[in-house]
Design a protein around this ligand. Structure first.
Ligand code: ZN
Length: 248
């Protein structure tokens, strides 16, 4: 791995084309805003990829040169090809980091890696969200302080049907009374996965410096420490002489 982390920002890029309320917030697409802000936040070599590109912008050669992939999707999860999902999953198991954002909780790739429905409660009521940092010593929480406050956001609430996270970094409180596990870490094979819930498309969440800081920290945390097949199953010779073998 080079010192600079090779980051691919994947976005469905549909809402921005058809909904004026989203176009206003992300005129060039949410991926362009993430790319612009993450470029200032870390030593990243950034490329973007979107659903309507050939192979959704995730050709083998692109994934081979990706250390960490971020994923935002919502209205077109079903249009993501199963072959591409299998390809991304294999790369995660072999070491690539994956950061799943907001409505990506229902993406094929996240559900495939979690093995559960990833369903949750939701409500669009323009309410306040406070994300509490519950593991201030975690690399992803560095520089964040005690909490992040979003003055208005969509509510995502429990129960969130995920496997128990390996590490829980943030938990959200919502003005309407719900709570949510908003920053969760898992390992699958050699890869690291972080789910981070902020990012409803009608709010400029990805212009918020604290949110960008969390994502940049997560990219560094998820960068591969190894990059090797996780599914080899070799028949192997003993290192020492085995003396307890039964006589035939
Ligand atoms: Zn949303």
């Amino acid at each position: 791995m080079t010192d600079r982390i090779r980051l691919t920002i994947w976005n469905e890029f549909r809402h921005e084309k058809v909904h004026d309320s989203v176009k206003k917030v992300y005129p060039d697409g949410l991926h362009a805003t993430l790319a612009k802000n993450l470029a200032k936040a870390g030593q990243f070599d950034i490329r973007t990829a979107t659903l309507d590109e050939p192979e959704h912008g995730l050709a083998e050669k692109v994934l081979a040169k990706t250390d960490v992939l971020t994923w935002w999707g919502h209205m077109a999860h079903k249009e993501v090809g199963d072959e591409i999902v299998a390809r991304v999953k294999k790369r995660v198991l072999d070491g690539m980091g994956l950061i799943v954002l907001h409505s990506g909780h229902f993406s094929k790739i996240f559900r495939a890696l979690m093995g559960t429905s990833c369903a949750l409660k939701w409500r669009e009521a323009d309410e306040k969200e406070r994300l509490w940092t519950i593991e201030p010593g975690h690399p992803i929480a560095q520089g964040i302080g005690e909490y992040i406050e979003l003055p208005n956001h969509e509510m995502y609430g429990e129960r969130f049907d995920i496997p128990q996270p390996d590490e829980q970094v943030f938990i959200s409180w919502f003005e309407g009374g719900d709570i949510f596990r908003s920053g969760c870490c898992w390992r699958r094979g050699h890869g690291r996965i972080f789910y981070f819930s902020p990012g409803h498309e009608t709010y400029p969440i990805y212009e918020n410096p604290q949110i960008i800081r969390v994502i940049a920290n997560a990219v560094r945390w998820a960068a591969p420490l190894v990059n090797m097949p996780s599914d080899s199953c070799p028949n192997t010779k003993p290192l020492e002489t085995i003396r307890s073998k039964r006589k035939s």
